[in-house]
Design a protein around this ligand. Structure first.
Ligand code: NAP
Length: 258
């Protein structure tokens, strides 16, 4: 447990399920005050109830982070409930599969709004409050898909995840003047409710490509986020951490059995 996270005010967008829920759970276990943000109130409230029952200080804020009004409501709620904002985990995202031949302008714009504009708006709303923190941190959830790998159906998704990293490198320089660090996590295939929905064959085939032989857990991503937000990571900015069990390493499937 990193003592430096105790009582920190942490926002996790998309914290109601999947990777965001893992991030929220890990920060809560370190004694942080966590605000879970998502649109679906029933899921958000159920997650908060679970994390509070486990001893966490966690609250839910219903908001659409792809809108200016939503992120302003999120930042105001964090300040009102938790006294400020120390850490923003810009994690909300979606990965609808759509082959390029079927790509529409609306689908392209929609995924950029959910995955990239939401990150930009969330950061902009939190920035004035982060500047008042003693150790302000931003952690983005990107992906191996786009920045490093590709998969049919995810050309638009991959473009959003790479766009986040293009943003990161300049933002790190600009934010450094206010002592704010910003880094990104690139998850591989993580066992979320959404991935379970892709079926056992997909999961088994993916696990077979991973040197560690299994998919990651949402808490694996949470631990990386907690590290990047900790005092120990205070000199790291503009960087990426890939958390994928070694999935991007093999030159070919033969590398796993040679
Ligand atoms: P997930 O299980 O579908 O959860 C997505 C979360 O984001 C939910 O809480 C959802 O809640 C929220 N969300 C989506 N759009 C939102 C909006 N406009 N405003 C507020 N909240 C919104 O997805 P996940 O797999 O955990 O993915 C989370 C992040 O990890 C994404 O950025 C994704 O690209 C990245 N990632 C995932 C994997 C993986 O293996 N799962 C791998 C690499 C990267 P509501 O729908 O209720 O709003």
């Amino acid at each position: 447990m990193s003592a430096s996270l105790k009582n920190k005010s942490v926002i996790v967008t998309g914290g109601s399920k999947g990777i965001g829920k893992g991030i929220a759970r890990v920060f809560a276990s370190h004694g942080a005050k966590v605000l879970v943000v998502a649109r679906t109130a029933a899921e958000g409230e159920a997650t908060v109830a679970e994390l509070v029952a486990a001893g966490g200080t966690v609250a839910f804020c219903p908001a659409d982070v792809a809108t200016r009004a939503g992120v302003e409501h999120m930042a105001t709620t964090a300040v009102a409930l938790h006294g400020g904002i120390d850490v923003l985990c810009a994690n909300a995202g979606a990965f609808p599969a759509l082959k390029f031949a079927d790509m529409t302008e609306d689908a392209w714009d929609g995924i950029f709004a959910t995955n990239v504009k939401s990150m930009f708006l969330s950061i902009q709303a939190c920035l004035p409050h982060l500047k008042k923190s003693a150790a302000p941190r931003i952690v983005i959830t990107s992906s191996i898909t786009g920045p490093i790998t590709g998969f049919p159906g995810w050309s638009h998704y991959g473009a959003t995840k790479a766009a986040q990293l293009g943003f990161l490198r300049t933002a790190a320089i600009e934010f450094a003047r206010d002592n704010i660090t910003i880094n990104a996590i690139l998850p591989g295939n993580i066992l979320t409710e959404g991935l379970v929905g892709m079926g056992p064959d997909y999961i088994a085939a993916t696990a077979a490509c991973v040197p560690l032989g299994k998919l990651g857990t949402v808490d694996d991503i949470g631990h990386a986020a907690a590290f990047l937000a900790s005092a120990e990571a205070g000199y790291i900015t503009g960087q990426t951490i890939t958390v994928d069990g070694g999935q991007i390493l093999p030159e070919s499937p033969a590398a796993l059995t040679a």
